[in-house]
Design a protein around this ligand. Structure first.
Ligand code: PFF
Length: 456
């Protein structure tokens, strides 16, 4: 373990900005609207809220109490709790490594699309432009033959920026970066949503988003999608919030902060859903087709559907730039948090300096993400990595943490006391009920169900 004094956030607001920055990311803007729509539109909101209240917020509070109490990275915190539990932290570090490697690539696409928006480079075929011209997806699925130069160079720039921020440290790097990008993101996004709502056909889009499909509630995959989205979106289960909370002052308000972060994240997410669907309604009106015919999957939504809209709307280039800059700001602050989980764990475990840790981890990540995902055909790998990590990797991590912490070690009362000692909101028995019973049972069932679905 390193002997250097632990870094700290300068103020509570600094921590909140960073935690919100981690939570609000590409997941809110391109993942949520597509997942929600696919899982039954309005009916998705109910499982989503249940997942938020019974799993998302309680787990977020648990991660905060673990980080602040044990004051270390994810593996270090679990180790201090119970030696063998260190493995849980390393599992989370491994997940973060894979996510960082592909998340950075999507971010690099978004950076390129800021430029493409200026002169509407995609012409009248955004679909072909994205897959063939830009990503050069080969004819053979899975074929990985060479770098896509435009992506690879941008990716290197994304990595350089991320690593510089991490190298500057918690206060001068992470906190500052979030203090700049989060307010910018909020302003840009509000402009975009207001504009979207004033487009022709916007309300047909909202209708598609909010019209409930109650049958979907009996479908277990809808519930799985809701839990998966809540974990990904709140950055819960990845060790991020343990790491960030380890830089808190002793007296920091934990439960109040968790509520503030969840509320901000979910409002942003719903707003993104509203904005995206309003715009899809506009597209449908232009094409004279029903809204569900213009909806495409997550990745396509941002890089295929949006360019199309940008081409069609008045002053599209301006709004295109605003949209992709928002995507970059949201994604960058999340990427930083994911990599910090790895850097802090390695730094503590080996005792090396921050500079060295950033160089080693950054180098390994840059090579992995450029070599695997910034190639023609890397898209297939990216899709598979996203699916498996988020369906199984994170669920398994969250489940294992709950089994160890609440069932085996019976630490919930102690962690509750840790939170209540300094929080504006006191945790009641519901918190222990959620983490001790409801969530582990639901997660266990989800794992079995989706695994059997995968192989049937
Ligand atoms: N919460 C981020 C998003 O919604 O895009 C993604 C994310 C960040 C996932 C940090 C995992 C993580 F550790």
């Amino acid at each position: 373990m390193s002997a250097q004094p632990r870094e700290q956030w300068s103020t509570r607001a600094g921590f909140l900005f960073a935690a919100i920055g981690s939570a609000v990311g590409l997941g809110n803007i391109w993942r949520f609207p597509a997942v929600a729509y696919e899982a039954g539109g309005g009916a998705f909101l109910l499982p989503y809220l249940i997942a938020l209240l019974t799993a998302g917020i309680p787990l977020l509070i648990l991660e905060y109490t673990i980080g602040r109490r044990y004051r270390a990275s994810a593996p270090g915190s679990f180790r201090r709790m119970w030696r063998p539990a260190e493995a849980l932290g390393w599992w989370q570090v491994a997940i973060c490594f894979v996510i960082a490697a592909y998340y950075a690539v999507i971010l690099a696409w978004a950076v390129r699309y800021v430029g493409f928006s200026v002169n509407l480079s995609w012409g009248d075929d955004p679909d072909g432009y994205f897959y063939n011209d830009f990503l050069q997806v080969g004819d053979e699925p899975g074929a990985i033959t060479s770098f896509v130069p435009g992506v690879a160079w941008t990716l290197l720039a994304v990595w350089l920026l991320t690593l510089v921020v991490l190298w500057l440290g918690v206060r001068r790097g992470i906190e500052w970066c979030n203090r700049i990008f989060i307010p910018l993101l909020v302003v840009f996004f509000l402009i975009l949503v207001v504009r979207a709502l004033t487009l022709d056909g916007a309300f047909d889009g909202l209708d598609a988003f909010f019209s409930p499909d109650w049958n979907a509630l009996t479908d277990s995959s809808v519930w799985i999608a809701a839990y998966g989205q809540i974990f990904f979106s709140l950055s819960v289960g990845f060790g991020v919030m343990i790491t960030y909370a380890s830089y808190l002052k002793r007296r920091a308000d934990l439960s109040g902060s968790a509520l503030a972060v969840s509320f901000s994240n979910c409002s942003f997410e719903l707003l993104a859903g509203i904005g995206v669907f309003a715009v899809l309604g506009f597209m449908a009106a232009q094409a004279g087709v029903p809204v569900d015919e213009v909806v495409s999957e997550g990745i396509g939504l941002a890089f295929v559907a949006f360019p199309q809209i940008v081409s069609q709307m008045p002053a599209g280039a301006f709004f295109g730039v605003l949209f992709f800059v928002s995507l970059v700001a949201a994604g960058l602050t999340s990427l930083i948090s994911i990599v910090q989980v790895i850097v802090s764990a390695v730094q503590e475990h080996t005792g090396i300096s921050r500079t060295r840790a950033v160089l080693i981890i950054g180098g390994a990540l840059t090579v992995t993400s450029t070599g695997l995902f910034a190639t023609d055909g890397g898209l297939y790998l990216l899709d598979a990595a996203d699916h498996f990590i988020n369906s199984y990797g994170v669920t398994l991590a969250a489940l294992a943490v709950l089994i160890v912490v609440s069932w085996y070690l019976r630490k919930l009362p102690q962690q509750q006391a840790e939170a209540d000692s300094s929080s504006s909101v006191r945790l009641g028995v519901w918190w222990r009920l959620c983490l001790g019973v409801i969530t582990p049972v639901v997660l266990g069932w989800m794992m079995v169900d989706s695994l059997t679905g995968e192989f049937s």
